[in-house]
Ligand binder design. Structure first.
Ligand SMILES: Cc1ncc(COP(=O)(O)O)c(C=O)c1O
Length: 391
């Protein structure tokens, strides 16, 4: 390998280390859940998006073990060849029915749904308004579309009128529902009104809302009460969070989904997700539809955490979702808090730029239905010891 190349690689690593921005990997030796094993230690895990504990749910595991006998492990091909199974078709239909769209299309991940879906639907002649704090996959999707684009301040309702005179064909507003690093839920109905006023389309990344808000329907439960989603809305949901599996789906009208099948490069040129992942998502979706018990425990835990953390003097952000960031700004401080919590038996990772904007480094706590109130109280005490009272 070229010496020049290797020098550059090691220079970049050492730059990142000096700036406290180097990311490191751990390897879990247990199921995902409220408690995990890392490096031979059991840690209480406040770092997963498995909000409802579905990744290790008994019924989900049972279904997967049955379907693996029928379908095997890998999908073996892209969806347009032989990779799409009857389970894929069943999940697409079930999701569309639940959310209230005509159709749904399964992608291998949320990242691929956003980076392939947006460019398949928008192009050079179009204009996209997108929230400043949107996930990297949305930003990449918008940039790949080559549409004219502008980022608006987080959580605001952007005003398209300044762009009315621009020669643009279709306007799209792109947002997350529950924001992944801040946990706040934006006003989706106000965003839809603005999109409709301008004959535009609303694209909602519901990765962290689906299964949780809107009675489990996520953004759809907020955007409409009837059986049908407004046709100007496109929703992206992921299976790797509340559904405890992996994969994603884009939901919209029959025509939109047909066009995605023709044009979304991350759909066409990608191996379909394994049927066992689809089986897991199907079973988890049945639980999300049927029972609100886990959601209730989750929201009790969120409320419990917020009340006790506030009493402990910990500064929280405006979030009523499972995502509860504590912002320090400085990377060194954030790393030292995360390390302290690790020593005390909690798995919490520092979140730093470029995942969040410079000056907003944080620990991003995620609450799940699997946590006990005792776990939460012990976490709060450990944070208080290091943040409020000093290490
Ligand atoms: C808001 C948001 N969108 C998209 C994604 C990507 O989803 P996936 O992990 O399925 O690729 C994530 C995951 O981290 C996310 O938080």
């Amino acid at each position: 390998m070229s010496a020049k190349f290797l020098r550059r690689v090691s220079q970049e690593i050492s730059d990142l280390t000096q700036r406290n921005l180097l990311r490191t990997l751990d390897a879990r030796r247990s199921c995902q859940g409220g408690r995990i094993e890392i490096d031979g230690r059991e840690l209480v895990n406040f770092c997963s998006n498995d909000y409802l504990g579905m990744s290790s749910d008994k019924a989900v595991i049972q279904r997967v073990s049955e379907e693996v006998k029928a379908f095997g492990v890998g999908s073996g091909s892209a969806s347009l060849l032989s990779g799409r199974s009857s389970l894929h078709e069943e999940l697409e239909k079930k999701l569309a029915r639940f959310v209230g769209t005509e159709s749904a299309l399964i992608f291998s991940s949320g990242y691929l749904a956003n980076t392939g879906g947006i460019p398949a639907l928008m192009g050079r002649k179009d204009f996209i308004f997108h929230d400043r704090l949107n996930h990297a996959s949305l930003i990449d999707g918008v940039l790949a579309s080559n549409a004219a684009q502008k980022r608006y301040p987080h959580g605001r309702v952007p005003d398209f009128s300044g762009f009315a005179s621009r020669k643009c064909d279709v306007k799209m507003l792109v947002t997350e529902s529950v924001f992944s690093m801040d946990g706040d839920l934006v006003d989706l109905n106000a965003l839809l009104d603005e999109a409709l006023k301008n004959e535009g389309v609303l694209y909602v990344d519901d990765a962290h809302g689906f299964g949780i808000v809107g009675n489990g329907k996520g953004a759809a439960g907020i955007l409409h009460q009837g059986p049908k989603m407004p046709s100007s809305v496109l929703i992206m949901i992921t299976f790797g969070k509340a559904l405890g599996s992996m994969g994603a789906a884009l939901l919209g009208s029959n025509d939109v989904i047909d066009l995605l099948v023709q044009k979304a490069r991350t759909y066409i040129y990608d191996t379909a997700i394994p049927p066992i992942c689809v089986a897991a998502a199907l079973e988890a979706l049945t639980a999300v539809e049927a029972c609100s018990k886990r959601r209730e425990s989750l929201f009790e835990n969120i409320d419990f955490f917020r009340r006790h953390a506030t009493v402990a003097g910990i500064q929280l952000q405006d979030s009523n979702s499972p995502i509860q960031p504590i912002i320090f700004g400085d990377e060194e401080k954030t790393i030292s808090v995360a390390n302290h919590l690790m020593k005390k038996g909690f798995y919490v990772r520092p979140i730093r730029p470029p995942t969040v904007p410079p000056g907003t480094s944080r620990i991003r706590l995620t609450l799940t239905s699997s946590h006990s109130q005792e776990d939460i109280l012990r976490l709060i005490q450990a944070i208080k010891d290091v943040v409020v009272s000093g290490p």
